[in-house]
Design a protein around this ligand. Structure first.
Ligand SMILES: Cc1cc2nc3c(=O)[nH]c(=O)nc-3n(C[C@H](O)[C@H](O)[C@H](O)COP(=O)(O)O)c2cc1C
Length: 365
């Protein structure tokens, strides 16, 4: 397979309640047995990555939450090729502890671990665990120092760093990770999130959006990254509803929204919109999300990967054409739907990618 293929990740359901805030039946379980099997199904289906979630308290019904780094390690131990992205929050984690944890996990798993640096949006959670809550752009200033320190510790001996949040003095980590440096993902939509991605992150994750909305974000980030002489790749969230007919897929979406839990959605919306609005330019995640968008708490319906395998494959290739490198997928019934996606959607994506590449070569010749 050529290097120029779009990559796929799935959300690890390591918190209870699935990925939609709805009372619809979900055959998804947050426990380890279900998740080990899911990781194996995803690996066989052709997924490249699994993304865990970091959560310390319930927020939108996610009553139970497994810790993300420990859980990611368990999934790596149950697989052989899949990369698992452990989500962490600067604040509760320090770069020294995380650098060491990840170096060890990387050594134990043949170099397959990555991290997602989450800057935080949920003030109640920070208050509950006694962590100071910084204002929006300060959270990103801290995250950027966190990432700079992480990379420094992983790649340099006698690392010295003097920041406003973290300090290191002649520090040498041994052993270092097996990979030169494990990939660093980061999420967010605000100006501060994008600017940080364009300076230090390997991957930028954004909430779901239309192709036009994503294109605007990608163009903005890539222009800034080029000016900084930095390379960053882009992943987009999508809640996938793939069914044999479009009617079936649309009916599932309608049921999810009809059975949405308004109290939980509104509680989440209030906390999330506070986070979005609190970025100075008001462009943060969720700043413009409607009630329906919020039922999938990372705006996953907006990406519109809802329909037949053919329709979904075409939309994925359209995302790739505007500069998306990875689709991060959520599902209603994870195990069954990840398997279906691998069997029905992924081969069509690869076929379309090959056709496009062949057409390009023919045009050049
Ligand atoms: C794909 C993706 C995954 C995320 N995972 C988590 C998570 O596990 N835990 C969490 O608290 N926030 C998570 N976030 C939230 C972001 O890190 C960030 O705090 C939020 O998007 C608000 O950012 P903004 O105000 O810069 O837009 C995630 C965001 C995205 C796009």
């Amino acid at each position: 397979m050529s290097q120029d293929t779009i990559k796929f990740a799935y959300w690890v359901p390591n918190v209870s309640g699935g990925l939609v805030v709805s009372k619809i039946e979900q055959r998804t379980d947050w426990g380890i047995d279900y998740n080990r099997k899911l990781a194996q199904i995803a690996e066989a289906a052709g997924f490249d990555y699994a993304l865990s979630q970091v959560r310390f308290t319930a927020g939108y019904g996610a009553e139970y939450q497994h810790e993300s780094v420990a859980f990611s390690h368990a999934l790596l131990a149950a697989t052989t090729r899949l990369k698992v992205i452990a989500a962490v929050l600067p604040g509760p984690w320090t770069p020294s502890v995380l650098a060491k944890q990840i170096a060890t996990i990387d050594q134990l798993t043949g170099g397959r671990v990555a991290v997602n640096i989450v800057s935080g949006w949920f003030k109640g959670e920070f208050t509950a665990i006694g962590e100071p809550w910084l204002e929006h752009d300060e959270r990103y200033r801290r995250s950027e120092e966190f990432i700079t320190a992480l990379k420094g510790i992983w790649t340099t001996d006698n690392f010295t760093f003097r920041g406003d949040f973290y300090r290191f003095h002649d520090y040498t980590l041994k052993p270092k990770p097996l990979q030169q440096h494990p990939e660093i993902f980061q999420g967010g939509s605000s100006r501060a999130a994008r600017d940080m991605a364009a300076r230090v992150s390997d991957w930028y994750f954004t909430n779901g959006n239309t192709v036009e909305g994503i294109k605007a974000q990608v163009d903005d980030i890539q222009a800034k990254a080029a000016a900084n002489n930095h390379k960053v790749k882009v992943g987009v969230n999508a809640f996938v509803i793939a069914r044999d007919t479009e009617e079936e897929a649309r009916a599932v979406l309608a049921q999810i929204i009809d059975q949405a839990d308004p109290e939980a959605v509104n509680a989440f919306g209030d906390a999330a919109k506070q986070a979005g609005k609190s970025s100075p330019e008001g462009e943060g995640n969720w700043a413009k999300s409607s009630f329906e968008d919020l039922v999938q708490y990372n705006d996953g319906f907006k990406t519109n990967l809802i329909g037949t395998p053919q329709q979904i494959a075409e939309r994925i290739v359209a995302l790739k054409a505007v500069g998306v490198d990875l689709v991060l997928a959520g599902f209603l019934h994870f195990q069954e739907e990840v398997e279906y996606f691998g069997r029905k959607v992924l081969p069509l994506v690869r076929e379309l990618e090959q056709r496009k590449a062949a057409a390009k070569t023919a045009a050049v010749a």
